[in-house]
Design a protein around this ligand. Structure first.
Ligand SMILES: Nc1nc2c(ncn2[C@@H]2O[C@H](COP(=O)(O)OP(=O)(O)OP(=O)(O)O)[C@@H](O)[C@H]2O)c(=O)[nH]1
Ligand SMILES: [Mg+2]
Length: 400
């Protein structure tokens, strides 16, 4: 993966707006995905305006969209070579570990910090007010947010009273039960049977893991016997298109892209192609954007409207990809993207890293949306449907 980004940086800009877009996208790297509020206002507001201007060009206008689609200049079937030089294997090779850790091991490793903090509290000691305060602090430090921490503590106190609990060791199972109760409503697997093609639009801030998740989703749906098509709706950077094309090749699925398109036109093309080819699932990538970049939020709302023009009722799923490491900023992102595009589900990525895991509880209390998938790595198989029970077990270190 890293190699891909290294190369991307060396490439000359080869599409309209690439340079300005590079300037406005703060980082591709997850670790740099700063919280929206803390990012300085971009010094490139001039280039931002020009990027937005392109998106609003007559070519992209909703009235002119049919004409624009007719001009589509690149429909890239899976095996077809593309103009850009790359080495797909190198670019998206998963970790070269002798034995790759299992899914559960990686999730557990990712949540280790929170688990260890909680484990220290559920040891041999009596339940008292001091312990309860420590548990609450640990929940807050684990990104649960005030509402979820409060909800869990109230429920915990009720259970202690009701069941007459005295020993801290008894609290681990109670906490597991309460957390599962809190998270279970978010466990709603994505069903793609209802429509054909089933159109998925993928949104999120820069570097959240959208494109990587799309690559993994393509594999996931194929493993379910579905045919898949991808739409390269991140038209800001040529490298973004290339990245999706590589994932398309890796999965052996077609990628709809345009050399000089705008996001709405590409999305329209992708839907049309999905209908014409009779594929089961079309997944449309979009460029990363911050909720504070209002014109870009408007642009993505337009992409959604154009998809609906191409196929009434679509998109059938609007996913927000969230980096699990961003803490309470996740709430801001869910609310902002929901307002702009009407979210129907979330993908939580990077749970294999330093994520504390509690953010999912915060989402459950503050802005509940189905968590369709969670990601625990950069490899093609590192995405799974969210299971509240598995997640809680990994978080609390419960073996079954
Ligand atoms: N460890 C880990 N890394 C991930 C995961 N998902 C994505 N990444 C990495 O995060 C980085 C950004 O991923 P992308 O898929 O390019 O993110 P994006 O949201 O498409 O980024 P932009 O298009 O630039 O907005 C890449 O280095 C990915 O390999 C995950 O679940 N775990
Ligand atoms: Mg991307």
């Amino acid at each position: 993966m890293f190699g891909l980004f290294k190369r991307k940086k060396k490439e000359p800009a080869d599409s309209v707006g690439t340079q300005s877009a590079e300037a406005l996208l703060p980082s591709e790297d997850s670790s740099d995905a700063a919280p929206a509020e803390t990012l300085p206002e971009t010094p490139t507001s001039g280039t931002l305006a020009s990027a937005a201007g392109e998106a609003d060009s007559p070519r992209a206008s909703e009235s002119g969209i049919e004409a624009a689609v007719g001009e589509s200049d690149a429909i890239l079937p899976a095996a077809e070579p593309v103009a850009v030089e790359r080495q797909p294997q190198d670019a998206i090779a998963p970790e070269q570990e002798p034995r790759k850790r299992s899914w559960a091991e990686r999730l557990k490793a990712g949540l280790a910090r929170t688990r260890q903090n909680l484990a220290g509290l559920f040891g041999r000691r009596r339940i008292d007010e001091e312990l309860l305060e420590e548990i609450e602090t640990t929940l807050l430090l684990a990104d649960c947010g005030v509402e979820a921490a409060q909800w869990l503590m109230d429920a915990l106190r009720r259970r202690i009273k009701k069941d007459g609990l005295t020993d801290a060791e008894q609290l681990r199972d109670v906490m597991a039960e309460l957390l599962t109760e809190l998270l279970l409503p978010l466990q709603q697997p994505l069903e793609v049977e209802a429509h054909r093609p089933f159109i998925i639009m993928v949104t999120g801030v820069n570097g959240a893991g959208k494109t990587t998740s799309i690559g993994k989703l393509a594999k996931y749906f194929q493993s379910q016997g579905k045919t898949v098509l991808l739409g390269a709706g991140d038209t800001f950077r040529a490298a973004a298109r290339e990245q999706l094309v590589v994932w398309g090749e890796r999965n052996g699925v077609p990628v709809i892209a345009q050399e000089h398109g705008d996001p709405a036109a590409v999305a329209f093309d992708a839907v049309q192609a999905a209908k014409a080819r009779g594929v089961d699932v079309a997944i449309i990538d979009t460029a990363g954007r911050l909720p504070t970049q209002l014109h870009l939020m408007e642009e993505i709302a337009k992409v959604r409207r154009v998809i609906a023009k191409a196929e009434p009722g679509a998109p059938h799923e609007v996913l927000l990809v969230l980096d699990a490491n961003i803490g309470q900023n996740a709430i801001t992102q869910v609310e902002a993207f929901d307002k702009a595009v009407g979210l129907t589900g979330l993908v939580l990525t990077k749970l294999d890293g330093t994520a504390k895991g509690g953010v999912i509880a915060a989402i459950a209390r503050r802005c509940p949306k189905p968590v369709r998938f969670i990601g625990v790595g950069e490899g093609i198989d590192d995405l799974r449907p969210f299971s509240a029970r598995d997640f809680v077990e990994a978080l609390l270190g419960i073996e079954r």
